[in-house]
Design a protein around this ligand. Structure first.
Ligand SMILES: NC(=O)c1ccc[n+]([C@@H]2O[C@H](COP(=O)([O-])OP(=O)(O)OC[C@H]3O[C@@H](n4cnc5c(N)ncnc54)[C@H](O)[C@@H]3O)[C@@H](O)[C@H]2O)c1
Length: 452
């Protein structure tokens, strides 16, 4: 059953009551067609991403953040608000808590007080993004405007006040995806298809997708920094001769249904863009987002069992787990443990804002197709599991008991990003070190869990 549409909070004017009636009286509409036209937006979506209203009136524009109360989503929402964007959050709280919203509001109020600026709008809808209520929500962010067509005749049309969409909502446990693949494909793939149809329906085409380094599968074991053109969905001109010689192709050795769900989602997005010139789609392939906002008010606090390295270490530090299992100490790395690319979650959050702006700046391609582009979000440098542990030991001033155990099936010894493309094209540079990630995480744990 759908979760009830529920606006838990809004900092000022609430959106129209999308759960009951939309601003426009429309008959029951199919997902593929409206009975009135929508004009193409210069932003591939419903408005400018800098918060400027282009809908002829006082209606503000929003960035829709789906899964916006989760770990990466909440930090991205905070960064968007700090940059002055109005944000509309959709989350079913399946893996998050509504207290996150309160903390976001506290932090942005503090930020705006210090800057002497006004607080952007924050709308929250507790909702499964796959539910039919999503349509009513999108409806409530649509304005009806009068335009003149080529023959000078006046017509009514919709313009969405959603200027861009960032889609975080997905299940993310590798182990769970192996035992419950259909649940994963339903949320991570089927849900995405319905969402894209609905967004297209409302003329919203600036779309940022949460992908993952897992799409590189077995390519990671080559021991080289992973480049976006190691995995392409559509032919792309490869400028680097060395890479062209290696001629990358389809996915290799995807290790689990979770990884496949991200690969399928990317392929669907690439095909969608290829079929419709209005789309501007970016897939951000995150490596290992860690750390949290330095305030200690936002962090990684899932309802589901923690499986990523840092949250598991946090459990050891807080006494929830007796020790940390380190899987594999015989990799050919500097200390035998696996090498990963840890990137601060606030750097990842900023990457989304760069990607929204990049999308908005894209001109229609000459070929008449839309744009799909993948970018790695990683620090570009490798840290072993033991080094990560040491950084947290240094931040906490405590030692972390370890249990060195065997490799897990599907694990790779080395997974590091090339962040060149994101730096060149998005102008995105990771700013924070692994040490800072550890400090911020420890600060969060102390505040959240009331530790000394
Ligand atoms: N955290 C990582 O290390 C990592 C790495 C690579 C990719 N990713 C991807 O990034 C995204 C966000 O990851 P995260 O770590 O913030 O996860 P998270 O579980 O903390 O956040 C996801 C949020 O989406 C919500 N959600 C899930 N399904 C939903 C649905 N059907 N309708 C509405 N809300 C729904 C959850 O309640 C949660 O608040 C995911 O797509 C994940 O696969 C994460």
């Amino acid at each position: 059953m759908d979760n009830c549409a529920q606006s838990l909070a809004s900092s000022s004017s609430s959106p129209a009551s999308w759960g009951t009636s939309s601003p426009v009286t429309t008959p029951e509409l199919s997902d593929d067609g409206f009975d009135i036209d929508r004009p193409p937006s210069p932003f591939g979506g419903g408005g400018s991403i800098d918060g400027t209203d282009w809908t002829d009136g006082a209606s503000p524009t929003f960035i829709l953040v789906i899964g916006g109360l989760g770990y990466i989503g909440s930090h991205t929402v905070l960064e968007l608000l700090r940059e002055g964007y109005n944000v509309c959050i959709v989350d079913n709280l399946g893996n998050s808590f509504d207290s996150v919203l309160i903390n976001i509001k506290t932090l942005i109020a503090r930020h705006c007080r210090e800057k002497g600026s006004s607080v952007p709008l924050i709308h929250f809808h507790r909702l499964d993004y796959r539910s039919r209520s999503m349509r009513f929500l999108l409806d409530s962010y649509s304005d009806v405007v009068r335009i003149k067509d080529a023959s000078g005749k006046q017509r009514l049309t919709y313009r969405s006040r959603i200027a861009g969409v960032i889609h975080f909502a997905a299940y993310k446990s590798v182990a769970e995806s192996i035992t419950e693949p259909l649940r994963y494909y339903q949320n991570n793939v089927c849900g995405l298809v319905t969402l894209l149809q609905r967004l297209n329906h409302y003329g919203i085409h600036n779309f940022i997708f949460s992908s993952s380094a897992t799409v590189y599968g077995a390519m990671a074991s080559a021991g080289l920094p992973l480049r976006e053109d190691n995995l392409l969905h559509q032919p792309e001109e490869i400028v680097d001769e060395e890479v062209a010689a290696r001629q990358p192709s389809g996915p290799m050795g995807l290790t689990c249904p979770y990884a496949r769900s991200k690969y399928f989602a990317e392929a669907i997005l690439a095909d969608t863009a290829a079929a419709n010139p209005a789309w501007r789609i970016v897939a951000l392939r995150y490596f290992n987002p860690v750390g949290c906002d330095p305030s200690g008010l936002l962090g990684e606090n899932p309802r589901a069992e923690a499986t990523n390295l840092y949250p598991v270490i946090a459990q050891v530090l807080t006494g929830t787990r007796p020790r940390l299992d380190v899987f594999g100490s015989d990799w050919s790395t500097r200390d035998g443990t696996a090498v990963r690319d840890f990137v601060h979650v606030l750097d990842v959050a900023r990457g989304h804002i760069s990607a929204l702006a990049w999308n908005a700046a894209q001109k229609p391609a000459k070929s008449g197709i839309g744009r799909f582009r993948a970018f790695n979000l990683g620090s570009g440098s490798g840290t072993t599991v033991l080094e990560a542990v040491q950084s947290l030991e240094a931040a906490a001033g405590r030692s972390i008991p370890l249990n060195l155990t065997g490799r897990r099936p599907g694990d790779v010894g080395f997974c590091v990003a090339s962040s060149e493309r994101a730096q060149k094209e998005l102008g995105w540079f990771p700013r924070e070190s692994v040490g800072q990630c550890a400090k911020d995480l420890w600060n969060y744990l102390q505040r959240e869990r009331g530790m000394a």
